[in-house]
Write a protein that binds this ligand. Structure first.
Ligand code: ADP
Ligand code: MG
Ligand code: MG
Length: 898
């Protein structure tokens, strides 16, 4: 039936997230796997979308489907909805496709009325309990369905609690609860001029409507914006039998991580509250107990929970974040989702699951996300002796952060927008603080545990967080944070380490990342699987060494101009450029030669026979000379101090000024650079080529294998390459002589001008390899100069969806990609084993890497730091293409932010 809008739990499964939302799909999956899930049904996300297109109308056909499904719950539970003697009560829950914890609403204990509450009292023999449920219902219904702000109720509750000298609703006596209910009802009447509906079906339909509406509440909207979740998906609504964790001391409610979400360690971690209901564990209103409490008081239930945890991990192959409730010693699972976990935890768990045989190595590899590696490879902290620890809390989300202390989300946001780094401190955070959490570098809370709202949100965003720092005292009125002898005020510098839970006064230092054991294992698996090679772009021996440790299998781009820029070398280069005579230029070049040679030698030694692609000089010469304004300033200065003339120095400056004027171009990007320079002034290329082969010769003499690949930049016409290739071959012969046969060098070109791509078959006859310089190719294909585009219109274009993404970050497959495809096809039609790869930033971006794999490039070459990521992405590309080829169903992509 195509128009089915209501699915009983046993009619769904985990792959139906689009339709049933994450929560609904998982409830269905768990039901079918035999886990103890209270029975229910889910109303589809499509119904929610319809609700919005039909301006808030709920069609009768949907109401009929809901009623029919309700009959099934009634039969299974042996209770009737609205039955005055033994009422079935319901939980009405929201569930988006991608879970948005705490962002939408829930209504519990629905089905209670003045009449049914007495029935509940009778069957449970506990009138106090029944009244508590009724009070909770009025509050939730009043807030969610009738739009009364929650505060109106909590104020009343606080007052009643205070008068009775208790901390929470669970401790109120029967008479007090009756009073509370009366007061709640007055709030409702006063605000809405209506009473709480006494018709349970009306309650149900209004609740469904309210959950649909909660999709577009302000905090849900902000959350979606941050997490890039589409606004038009809508939420599903799950309707489920209530389980009462607040019934007695053998009941309770809790949350559980099947493994440690910070480290990935194989230990259950959770929090539990006896005699409690709903969100009490995570909201921070009562401080929960550790899960070990359950082990001590209800060991059989603990055992059952342990089994359920293992079963769920096998079902989902990932760390699960479980919500459970116990009613009179009977366990029920209310929710499971892939836990938000740190990059380390995700990685460790994936490796462990693969080794435990729960998932395949391939699936483990597919788990790794860009964000994870960013976190793994970029942040950790360096503790120094002098760093002063002022407090200890829970290590809720790893990473270190320093910043200025702020006390509320609004200040966090406004200070951050001024470019300040802030640490947000709160007693506890609520979903309303989300904009502040986003703006902050780090989060510090006084209450709440590892599963508190703050911890969950921070882990998901990779924001460092220390939770439950109870040693601190917060004075909100005066904006002061007291830790023993310290008093911090708004704006004071403070640091937190979310990996250890420590809080420091002042700033702390960051440390270079390291590759962990788990990451090494994962990268080894990636190398076993992947087809494309991963090279690095590195210009200095030091970077090359780094690239090797990150696993680079070659150097795909060594920019020789970068070797010219150090303060000791620049003057030599400048002398080459401003040389007055040929002889002067030759002399200067001869001094540059050994410097270049020694760089190349060190790089060859480091790469030990792996390919090293060296690009001959690419930028226009003026880039090596000082700016005209600077020179003129210097001239003026010299004029002043050398009245009767140290004319030598003056003459020198004049010569440089003249040269700068001569080299000035109106559009240097399209001017005299790259191959054009090499053809018009062959001396520089000549020297560079000589340095490369001399270095190679040295290595060969020392018994080190070398594989130089000489790359000519900016070729637009085959004859340019033909001329320069002759130059390379000539110098090689001269330098290498009889060692020529021991030095298998290659000559190739960057394809970065559209004409080169379109005439690649002609170019290929002079080239051993192509390297697609996707940065310039993108500039020239789109006609954008990158700097101008990024500064002026690109972000606007992306926001307005004129372009799907910044083409300098994500390869434009239809345009630039098409040129690459054409060039590759033409090139390989002439030379079937023409080697081809890309160099440039795109080589470190997932979608672009997938594209390179799919069109058959041999390698991608990215920055050394991106190498581990590129190795994983290349493996992912291979796994997915094999799976698609085998026509297996694509992997269910269970979002890890769920
Ligand atoms: P969220 O998406 O914000 O996690 P949930 O739908 O999970 O919202 O509901 C919030 C809380 O309500 C749950 O954590 C649980 O404690 C309670 N709850 C949900 N369903 C039931 C139920 N069937 N019986 C008892 N409590 C429930
Ligand atoms: Mg939940
Ligand atoms: Mg270029």
């Amino acid at each position: 039936m195509t128009n089915k809008r209501v699915f009983l739990f046993h009619e769904g499964n985990a792959s139906m997230r689009e339709l049933l939302g994450g929560k609904g799909a998982d409830l269905a999956e768990m039901t079918n796997a035999g886990l103890p899930v209270p029975y229910g049904f889910t109303i589809t996300t499509a119904s929610c979308r319809d609700y919005y297109t039909h301006l808030g109308h709920i069609p009768l056909t949907l109401i009929d489907e809901i009623k029919a499904a309700l009959r099934v719950i009634e039969d299974k539970s042996n209770k009737r909805f609205g039955d005055p003697s033994d009422p079935l009560l319901l939980a009405i829950r929201s569930g988006a496709v991608t879970s948005m914890p705490g962002m939408m609403d829930t209504i519990l204990n629905l089905g209670l009325t003045d009449e049914t509450v007495e029935g509940l009292a009778l069957v449970t023999g506990n009138r106090r309990f029944a009244l508590e449920c009724y009070a909770r219902f009025i509050q939730m219904y009043g807030h969610v369905a009738l739009d009364i702000e929650n505060n109106a109720f909590t104020k009343v509750l606080q007052q009643v609690n205070q008068e009775s000298k208790v901390d929470h609703i669970g401790q109120l006596a029967e008479a007090r609860l009756e009073e509370l209910i009366l007061k709640y009802k007055q709030v409702v009447l006063h605000r809405t001029k209506k009473s709480i509906p006494q018709n349970v079906e009306e309650q149900l339909i209004d609740a469904v409507r309210a959950i649909f509406r909660s999709w577009s509440n302000p905090r849900a909207k902000v959350y979606r914006k941050v997490h890039k979740i589409a606004d038009d998906q809508g939420t599903a609504v799950s309707v489920q039998e209530m389980i009462f964790g607040n019934l007695d001391e053998t009941s309770g409610t809790g949350v559980l991580f099947t493994r440690n979400p910070s480290t990935g360690g194989n230990e259950m971690l959770g929090e539990y509250l006896p005699a409690a209901q709903g969100e009490e564990v995570v909201s921070g209103t009562r401080t929960p107990l550790g899960i070990t409490y359950l082990m001590q008081t209800l060991p059989a239930v603990y055992e059952q929970l342990h089994e359920a945890a293992s079963q769920l991990e096998e079902l989902y192959g990932d760390i699960q974040d479980i919500e459970f409730t116990i009613e009179k010693g009977q366990l029920y699972i209310l929710q499971t989702r892939n836990a938000r976990r740190t990059a380390q935890a995700a990685l460790k768990a994936a490796v462990d699951y693969a080794e435990e045989g729960i998932i395949s190595k391939e699936d483990a590899l597919l788990r790794i996300e860009t964000e994870h590696l960013n976190q793994l490879l970029h942040q950790s902290i360096q503790i120094r002796e002098e760093d002063e620890i002022v407090a200890n809390g829970l290590p809720a989300s790893p990473g270190a952060a320093s910043g200025q202390l702020v006390f509320d989300a609004e200040t966090a946001e406004s200070w951050a927008s001024l470019g300040k780094r802030v640490i947000l401190v709160r007693r506890e955070t609520t979903p309303q603080d989300i904009h502040g959490v986003i703006a902050a570098e780090g989060l510090l809370t006084l209450r709440g545990g590892m599963t508190s709202h703050a911890a969950v949100v921070a882990r998901g965003m990779g924001t460092p967080c220390v939770c439950g720092c109870e040693e601190l005292e917060l004075r909100e009125e005066t904006k002061e944070l007291l830790c023993f002898e310290h008093t911090f005020r708004e704006g004071d510098l403070i640091s937190i380490d979310g990996g250890t839970g420590k809080v420091y006064s002042g700033e702390i230092e960051l440390r270079e990342p390291e590759i962990s054991e788990e990451l090494t294992r994962m990268l080894d698996w990636a190398d076993e699987v992947k087809k494309m090679k991963v090279f690095a772009n590195s210009d200095h021996p030091k970077d090359v060494k780094l690239a090797r440790t990150w696993g680079a299998e070659g150097i795909g781009l060594c920019r020789t101009e970068h070797m010219f820029l150090s303060p000791s070398r620049l003057p030599l280069v400048q002398r080459v450029i401003v040389a007055g005579s040929n002889q002067e230029r030759q002399e200067a070049l001869q001094r540059l030669l050994p410097v270049q040679q020694s760089d190349f030698e060190q790089i060859f030694i480091e790469m030990d026979g792996l390919p090293v692609t060296i690009r001959l000089l690419d930028p226009p010469l003026h880039e090596f000379l000082p700016k005209l304004e600077v020179l003129e300033g210097r001239r003026e200065h010299l004029n002043m101090i050398t009245l009767d003339g140290d004319t030598d120095e003056l003459e020198k400056v004049d010569r440089v000024i003249e040269k700068v004027k001569e080299l000035k171009e109106s559009n240097p990007m399209l001017g005299q650079r790259g191959a054009r320079l090499g053809i018009v002034f062959p001396e520089i290329y000549d020297m560079q080529i000589e340095a490369i082969f001399r270095a190679a010769l040295q290595c060969i003499h020392r018994g080190i294998k070398v594989a130089p690949e000489i790359m000519i930049p900016l070729i637009g016409h085959a004859s340019e390459l033909s001329v320069l290739r002759k130059l390379v071959d000539g110098v090689a012969e001269q330098v290498l002589r009889e060692e020529l046969k021991n030095c298998p060098y290659r000559v190739g070109t960057m394809i970065e001008i559209p004409r080169a791509a379109l005439t690649a078959s002609q170019i290929a006859s002079h080239a051993d390899f192509f390297s697609f310089g996707t940065n310039d190719l993108t500039q020239m294909t789109l006609g954008y100069s990158r700097d101008d585009a990024e500064r002026k219109f690109l972000s606007h274009y992306v926001e307005q969806k004129i372009l799907p993404a910044n083409p300098f970050e994500v390869l434009d497959q239809d345009g630039v990609g098409e040129l690459i495809r054409i060039a590759l096809e033409q090139g390989r039609s002439i030379k079937p084993d023409l080697i081809a790869g890309i160099c440039g930033e795109h080589a470190g971006e997932r979608d672009s890497i997938f594209f390179c794999h799919d069109i058959g490039l041999d390698y991608v070459s990215c920055s050394p730091y991106r190498v581990p990521f590129a190795r994983i992405a290349a493996a992912q590309a291979q796994i997915l293409s094999l799976r698609n080829a085998a026509d297996k169903p694509a992997v269910i992509h269970i979002s890890t932010t769920a």
